[in-house]
Design a protein around this ligand. Structure first.
Ligand SMILES: Nc1ncnc2c1ncn2[C@@H]1O[C@H](COP(=O)(O)OP(=O)(O)O)[C@@H](O)[C@H]1O
Ligand SMILES: [Mg+2]
Length: 241
């Protein structure tokens, strides 16, 4: 009888495993349409992008189990990125929608096999009324100009995601040859389907790159300009995914 029960439970687990795996890969496309930060409650992000238990515990310890707000222990470093000295390896940022943006970019990077692009892992820490994003810190940043292959993959990502916040402060070359995209707020995505692709590519021009990479980028801009087209097709695909 016990054996039968075990077989039954095992059989039940197989489809559940698949459902879970499927769930983890799917993007919450509603988040992409969310233009205002307040549209989703903190609890939604806490449930959807929870931090690993150890990180959550570290934050809870620092905030003395809710007695202090994260803002009281965090130190502003650059822009709207904060650090907590006792929790190394992470930047803390108050805008929760950054995790949804990171998911979108990560999904396309995996789907397209962009091996030179990297999005740091982002989680939600804290509680419903004091929730923050913890972003894995990129440590091996270097001054290297971007090469043609990196620009090629960035163009592909921009075209599929409509991500436009691609200035040098947000796109960091790493010593291992990859490029980190660290600023993934949903405000950094063009929400309008009528945005032209050459316009999206122009946002990449301020990055430091090799002359070969720049020639490639200019050619891509010209090509898209002459197509004089919106790439609504790939945009639709992103929403169906
Ligand atoms: N994950 C990270 N790794 C390394 N540096 C980071 C990371 N996140 C933020 N920074 C630093 O903090 C700055 C501001 O963070 P960012 O996410 O771009 O926020 P903002 O919306 O204020 O521009 C970045 O330009 C970078 O110098
Ligand atoms: Mg930034």
């Amino acid at each position: 009888m016990k054996k039968l029960l075990n077989i039954f439970l095992f059989a039940l687990c197989i489809p559940l495993t698949f459902i879970q795996a499927e769930d983890q890969r799917s993007i919450d496309v509603r988040a992409l349409y969310c233009t205002s930060r307040s549209e989703y409650p903190a609890q939604y992000y806490l449930d959807t992008y929870p931090a690993p238990a150890e990180l959550q515990q570290m934050v809870q310890l620092e905030t003395f189990f809710g007695q202090k707000k994260i803002a009281e222990i965090a130190h502003r470093e650059h822009g709207r990125a904060y650090t907590i000295h006792t929790i190394p390896g992470f930047y803390f940022k108050p805008e929760l929608d950054r995790v949804a943006g990171a998911q979108i970019l990560q999904h396309i990077i995996e789907q397209e096999g962009y091996n030179l692009l990297f999005v740091p892992q982002k989680y939600i820490v804290g509680s419903n009324n004091d929730a923050w994003v913890a972003a894995q810190m990129v440590r091996n940043i270097c001054e290297q100009p971007l090469n043609k292959l990196q620009i090629q993959q960035l163009c592909g990502l921009v075209k599929k995601s409509y991500f436009i916040d691609t200035h040098a402060g947000n796109i960091l070359p790493m010593a291992d040859g990859r490029v980190a995209l660290i600023d993934t707020e949903l405000d950094g995505f063009a929400h309008d389907k009528k945005v032209r692709i050459d316009g999206l590519f122009r946002m990449l021009c301020s990055l430091t790159m090799t002359s070969e990479a720049r020639t490639f980028l200019m050619q891509e801009i010209e090509r898209e300009r002459f197509r004089n087209n919106y790439d609504a097709h790939s945009f639709e695909k992103l929403h169906i995914a």
